[in-house]
Design a protein around this ligand. Structure first.
Ligand SMILES: [Zn+2]
Ligand SMILES: [Zn+2]
Length: 247
């Protein structure tokens, strides 16, 4: 599969709903480049790197992880260059590195709520042989903010809460007015699909504070600022809806 060009600086490998593979992004600087997310497996990283090579670009010097979920991180052992994730992502990945990947252990984690059926189901599709799963944290943890200068283009990384998970790394590229959100604006599926009003409020404030025009998602095509602000207004309404009592 080929890279899709968005601008001269931004490209992506599209995701795959079959295995819930996320979009992987390539940000091209004059001196070096960065990747957004490591993908879900060795095969996913290879497909991404083949597409980068075919486009005639160098492999990423930096790989920046948007959050801990398996589809964005299980490719980490196969990534070249330096890898970065938020402090909370690192903590979570260290815990997940100790998980067993047998059908019984996966079923037990679904029972305890540690993992969710949506993930285990797609992990099985991406990994016909579960013994191939390797989990490791990134090399370097980010707390607060950090800037990556790629030459002519910078990536500003913000480690912060999101609607979807507590450990988000939001990536803003000022030269391209581009914000990479991962899955940050989706429900929190590890808390029963919760939409917490305070988290929606905080996330909306953060996103609004950045003068982005292009917004890049984990599992969908890029959208523009008006779409994002409309979507977040909808999330606010859904979050504010009083929960009906169970009858
Ligand atoms: Zn996610
Ligand atoms: Zn995802």
């Amino acid at each position: 599969m080929n890279l899709t060009r968005v601008t001269d600086r931004i490209y992506y490998l599209p995701g795959d709903p079959e295995t819930d593979a996320p979009f992987l992004y390539y940000i091209r600087g004059d001196n070096c480049s960065a990747a957004v997310d490591a993908g879900q497996s060795r095969a996913h990283v290879q497909a991404f790197y083949n597409a980068i090579r075919e486009a005639g670009f160098p492999l990423p010097r930096y790989t920046l992880i948007t959050h801990w979920h398996w589809d964005h991180t299980f490719g980490l052992p196969y990534v070249q260059g330096e890898t970065f994730a938020s402090v909370l992502t690192q903590q979570k990945l260290r815990a997940v590195a100790g998980w067993l990947w047998t059908p019984e252990a996966m079923a037990a984690r679904e029972q305890s709520g540690e993992d969710i059926p949506f993930c285990t189901e797609h992990i099985r599709k991406a990994y016909p042989d579960l013994r191939e799963i390797r989990v490791q944290p990134a090399e370097t943890a980010i707390s607060g903010t950090r800037v990556f200068d790629l030459g002519g283009v910078r990536v500003q990384a913000y480690a912060r809460d999101s609607i979807h998970s507590r450990d988000a790394l939001m990536l803003y590229v000022p030269e391209e007015s581009a914000l990479f959100a991962g899955d940050a604006d989706c429900e929190d599926f590890y808390r029963g699909g919760e939409i917490d009003p305070a988290r929606v409020e905080d996330y909306t404030r953060f996103v609004r504070s950045l003068p982005f025009r292009r917004y890049f998602l984990g599992h969908a095509l890029p959208v523009g600022r008006p779409f994002v602000m409309g979507y977040l207004a909808g999330m606010r309404l859904r979050a504010a809806k009083p929960q009906l009592p169970m009858l």
